[in-house]
Design a protein around this ligand. Sequence first.
Ligand SMILES: NC(=O)c1ccc[n+]([C@@H]2O[C@H](COP(=O)([O-])OP(=O)(O)OC[C@H]3O[C@@H](n4cnc5c(N)ncnc54)[C@H](OP(=O)(O)O)[C@@H]3O)[C@@H](O)[C@H]2O)c1
Length: 374
Amino acid sequence: MQDTVNNALWLAAKQAAYSVAPAPYTAPRGREVVVRTRAVAINAFDRHLQTIGSLACPWLTYPMVVGHDLAGDVVEVGEAVTRFRPGDRVLGLAAGVDKGRNRAAEGAFQHYVVLLEHMMTPLPAELSYTQASVLPLGLSTAACALFQDDFLALAPPRLQRQLRGETVIVWGGSTSVGANAIQLAAAAGYDVLTTCSPANFEFVRALGARQAFDYRSASVVADLVGALRQSRCAGAVAIGPGAASACLDLVAAAGGARTVAVVTPPATFDGIPAGRGRLRKLLPILLDNATGLLKLTWRARRRGVATPFVWGTSLIHNRVGPLIFQDYLPEALARGAFKPAPPCQVAGHGLEAIPGTMAMHAAGVSAAKLVVTL
Ligand SMILES: NC(=O)c1ccc[n+]([C@@H]2O[C@H](COP(=O)([O-])OP(=O)(O)OC[C@H]3O[C@@H](n4cnc5c(N)ncnc54)[C@H](OP(=O)(O)O)[C@@H]3O)[C@@H](O)[C@H]2O)c1
C-alpha cells in the first residue's frame, strides 16, 4: 500500500486556515488498522481545535489532521490485529488529537486513517457509512461519563437488560453525547430521565428515556427531583450550557450517588475567530470559564458532590474502550438494539466540504449529526 495516494484536511499550524493537500500513507503497526474513510461526522470539539487547540490540547504538534468520527473500509491491518481484515466495513474513533496518540495519521479528516483495533466496530450489512459515522465521539464521551471508575462507574451495558432499580439523569438528551448516553444507560439496566426541547421528547423516549423534561422550564430541577423520588439516583451526566450547575442542584437534592460527570465546560468556545480579533474574544471567555469552574467546584465541595470533567477519548487507555467498541457495540448494532443517533444529515461531499459543514454546525443543530461523505 506504500504507493497509495492519500489526501487530508490539514491544520498546518495553530489557528491556521484549513487546507486540503496530499498526506503520507501510514502503514499500520501492531494492533493498528488503516481504514479508507467513506463518511466523517462533525463535532464541536473538531471546530474548536482550530481556534483553541493550542490551549485545550497544548501537546498538539503541527501540521495536524483533526476529526474523530468515521466509517469506512479496512485496507490494511497491523501484524497483531485479529478482529479485522481488508474489505471489512467498520466505524471507529480516530484518536489523533488524544494526548497519548497526537499523530496526524490518526485524524479522521483524510482518506486513509490509522485506527486502533480496540476502538473499532464492524458494521452490519444494513447500516450505511453515513449512519454509522455519527457514533464514535458521542458514544465515547457518553461511555467515559457513565462507565469510567472516577465518573458514574455504572454497571456495563448488556444485550439482555438487567434492571438495576436506579435512575441516571442525562441532561441534554437530544445532543449527540446525550443520545448515546441514554441508550447506554438504558442498556446497562438503569431508568433514564432526560432533558431536551419538547420537540425532541419523542426522539429521546424512543432511545430509551423514561421521561423527558424541558431544560428551559423554570421548574425543571424541581420536576426532576420529584420524578427521582421513585428510585435511587445513580448520578448525572451534564451536557449543554448550564447543565453542570443544574445537575449539581439535582443530585444534591435527590440523595443517592453524588457524582455529576461534566461534559460541557462553563463557557462556550463558539464564536472565537481563528485570525484577527481572536484574543479580544478569547480572553473574556477564558475568564468566564475559569470563574465558572471555580464556582462549580466550590459549590460542589460544599454539597459533597463530585464533578469530574469528562475527556471524551480517555476510554482509549482503559477498560471502557474495548468494553464498548469490542464487547458491546458489534452485537448491539447487529441486533438493532443500539441505534446510531442522532440521525445523520449529509451536508456535503469531499474534504473541501468539511470547513463549510463545521460552519453549519456552529450555527446550531437539533437532534441531528452533520456528516460529509468522502
Ligand atoms: N468533554 C468532552 O470530551 C466532550 C466531547 C464531545 C462533546 N462535548 C460537549 O458536549 C456538548 C454536546 O456536544 P454534542 O456534539 O453532543 O452536541 P450537539 O449534538 O451538537 O448539540 C445539539 C443539541 O444541543 C442541545 N442543547 C442546546 N442547549 C442546551 C442546553 N442548555 N441544555 C441541554 N441541551 C442543549 C439541543 O437540544 P434541543 O434541540 O432539544 O433544544 C441540540 O439538540 C457540547 O457542549 C460539546 O462541546 C464534550
